[in-house]
Design a protein around this ligand. Structure first.
Ligand code: PLP
Length: 465
């Protein structure tokens, strides 16, 4: 490792001895801990949020660069959302979804069907993204069982993918390191390449790379057998894999191969749905595809309540209704499906999106991308890429060869630490920093964000000298 940096990557975000942090260290398990520090990984304590900002325990105000976890789409502290949750809790805080239903869930399902592409007509609500993907996969299994095709269950997924942390959804994950120490249903999953143009083979044009990806998909279907493959699951833009924007036309071609081979196309819009790309759903409005199912979560409530869902095509439901097994049971349910508070806040959130936030996101996105792109002037930065209000700064050891940095340089963590000191929360992913601020960000705030990121990267370059 280069000369010990002036700053240890974890130093700034290392919590002080606030009571909550001390308690957390004793009793709380945070997500993605390492074995050596499990149960002792308390991170910076955040006390408040307001608009695009959060404030940490020391009183430092930070731009919420990742919008929580890609989710605070309409911003923190929206009184309209708080009020609707209070009112709904006072009216009806919960109902038994097996035997009864509530009005907000029905109204929300209708609004979602109106916004969704193709014939996606019905929504099953879940508690988040993992349970949405899990539901879509279990539905595919049930659907093929009812159709008398019990062999048609394999799932195609790609390198760089992230689809969740339940057993089956996590089995689809393709990011480096996610699965190294974890088990999965590997016999159910077939992996394909990530559609990452930055990492395409040297000397290959983007058009040739797209053909390569499509050929690989078609060849895999032929090799494995369409009669054994039930679904393809893909994010329109691979989010946690480093904001991988697929090459033009790729998704449409994959969609067609799925249609030709009776493979269900599941578009995982947990990140891209509800405004991140300027539309309620990106599958139709941005990429021109009509999936068989769309999964969503996060932005549906702007993170104010844990809610997700899977939207299912009318064609599939009609096939089940007409099947030879009308009393086959889809044995799948969640206590908190169609939660009235979650659905009520999602309805209000959708109002806010449709009354201006989506349009603002579409208008500010080119500026956001262009300003971030200027960071490519820095020698450590290999590429800045993105779409809508999601972007990734990928750092490299060498810009010409695109060689990745050694992991022990902890570049992402260093940038994160410097930016935290300077007033910006970033989401480090090994050697990448992902930026996905609340959609209400102004152009001046984009300038502030990029200026801090530039300084954070410059300081990191000083550390590594
Ligand atoms: N799908 C995608 C594309 C995601 O990015 C995520 C989470 O980041 C999930 C699914 C899982 O969602 P959750 O964490 O709400 O279970």
């Amino acid at each position: 490792m280069a000369a010990q940096s002036k700053i240890k990557a974890s130093e700034i975000i290392e919590p002080g001895d606030d009571d909550a942090v001390a308690l957390a260290k004793r009793h709380l398990v945070q997500p993605w801990p390492y074995a050596g520090s499990v149960g002792n990984e308390a991170r910076a304590l955040i006390g408040e949020g307001d608009g695009i900002y959060i404030t940490d325990a020391s009183g430092k105000r930070l731009i919420d660069g990742p919008a929580g976890m890609w989710c605070i789409n309409v911003g923190h502290r929206r009184e309209e959302l708080a009020k609707v949750m209070y009112d709904q809790a006072m009216a009806l805080s919960y109902n038994t979804p097996w035997y009864t239903m509530n009005a907000p869930s029905a109204e929300l399902a209708k609004r979602i069907a109106d916004a969704a592409p193709g014939d996606l007509s019905h929504t099953f609500f879940t508690t988040g993204g993992s349970s949405a993907v899990e539901t879509a996969l279990r539905f595919m299994q049930f659907y093929n069982n009812v159709r008398g095709r019990p062999e048609k269950k394999l799932i195609l997924s790609r390198g760089g993918a992230y689809h969740g942390s339940t057993y089956l959804s996590a089995s689809l994950n393709g990011r480096p390191r996610d699965r190294d120490w974890m088990d999965g249903a590997d016999d159910l999953v077939v992996k394909l390449s990530s559609p990452d143009p930055f990492r395409r083979p040297k000397g290959m044009s983007t058009a040739a790379f797209t053909d390569f990806l499509v050929d690989q998909f078609r060849d895999t279907v032929a090799r494995v057998g369409a009669d054994r493959i039930g679904a393809f699951v893909g994010e329109p833009v691979q989010a946690s894999g480093g904001v991988i924007v697929p090459p033009d036309g790729y998704l449409k071609r994959i969609r067609e191969i799925c249609r030709e081979n009776d493979i269900l196309y599941v578009s995982d819009e947990v990140v891209t749905g509800f405004g991140r790309l300027g539309h309620v759903f990106a599958s139709g409005d941005v990429f021109g595809i009509d999936p068989d199912m769309i999964t969503f979560a996060k932005g549906v409530t702007s993170g104010y309540f844990p809610l997700g869902g899977v939207i299912i095509s009318e064609r599939l439901l009609e096939e089940l209704r007409r099947s030879n097994h009308p009393d086959a049971l889809f044995g799948h349910g969640l206590t908190y499906t169609s939660h009235p508070i979650g659905c009520a806040v999602a309805l209000k959130n959708l109002d806010l999106l449709e009354e201006g936030v989506l349009q603002h996101a579409r208008e500010i996105a080119p500026y956001f991308q262009a300003r971030l792109k200027t960071l490519e002037e820095l020698p450590l930065v290999g590429e800045v890429r993105g779409l809508g209000l999601m972007a990734c700064v990928e750092c490299v050891a060498d810009r010409e060869s695109k060689d990745p940095l050694q992991l022990d340089k902890d570049v992402g963590k260093r940038i994160d630490a410097h930016c935290h000191e300077l007033g910006l929360l970033v989401r480090p992913l090994i050697n990448m920093c992902v930026m996905s601020p609340p959609l209400i960000i102004s152009s001046e705030q984009v300038d502030d964000m990029v200026a801090i990121l530039r300084e954070g990267i410059s300081r990191t370059m000083d550390d590594l000298r």
